[in-house]
Design a protein around this ligand. Sequence first.
Ligand code: ADE
Ligand code: ZN
Length: 323
Amino acid sequence: MSWQSFPKVELHLHLEGAAPPAFIRGLAAEKKTDLSRIFTEDGSYAYENFDHFLTVYEAACTVITTPEDYRRLTLAVLEESAAHGVVYSETFVSPDFCGGGDVGAWRDYLSAMEEAAAEAEAQFGITLKAIVTSIRHFGPEKARAPAICAAETKGAFLTGYGMAGAELVGRPGDYAWSFDCAREAGLHLTCHAGEWGGPDMVADTLRDLAPARIGHGVNAIRDPALVERLAEAGTVLEVCPGSNVVLEATSGGWAGHPIARLRDKGVRVTVSTDDPPFFHTTMTREYEGLERAFGWGAEEFAELNRTALDAAFCDAETKTRIG
Ligand code: ADE
Ligand code: ZN
């Protein structure tokens, strides 16, 4: 069976990381910027490993410069997500790339994205919420401006705050100021952890930053006591199997991916694409991979979506409408 039209909820999608290579090449041409080094001959993104992936990602971001670029990007990404059955999506976006952390400039980018989201909702039937993201490898000091931008512009569209980037830079507690700032503003919180860091990184993230959700979290599997704690606390993991397999954050390919073992232990798992064109994935391909590796079908996928909608950073009215 094809899972393409199966209704899906996606919680973990980086807006710039979802930019199709052709979209970035088009912007590079418009801006007379040579980005040929970040593409393979067949037009895909070219990178060797996770650190290089982050470099290529940031190079692509150098041509997404204006609010209008972000409006077009948001619309293109949502059209593609909707074509794969996604009815509700949350996207990470960083004020570091949208106005350099200046609140006034950030407002213009956010308005452009919100405008695109409204258009996509009307045209493709997909609802989008935004999660402001600090970039961990830019350091704890630089992580503050995005949190302030998020706190100042929280609303029906911008509902969350989180952190992505190179997980092994610093310890979670170094970023507590930013998470506290966002929490005090009433934003929902998530943080990448346990993608590259071990179970200790997941545990310290929960202790020091107290997010409701963990981005990835898959390395928790190495500590049975932590897995039990996650299950008991009902912590939701935003698992991105295709991303983990391609970046080799986990071992053993799809069949060895920990998502099934985490679910079997009672952890609340969800499924997302992370940066789909970088990993040659879509939500349909994620479902196909899970079906092939673990025999999952409509029952398991419906459960993933119920968990995701329950953990979504939107109001109860939106959840009722989507559900
Ligand atoms: N930013 C975009 N994709 C990411 C990932 N998989 N991990 C950390 N930061 C990211
Ligand atoms: Zn991510």
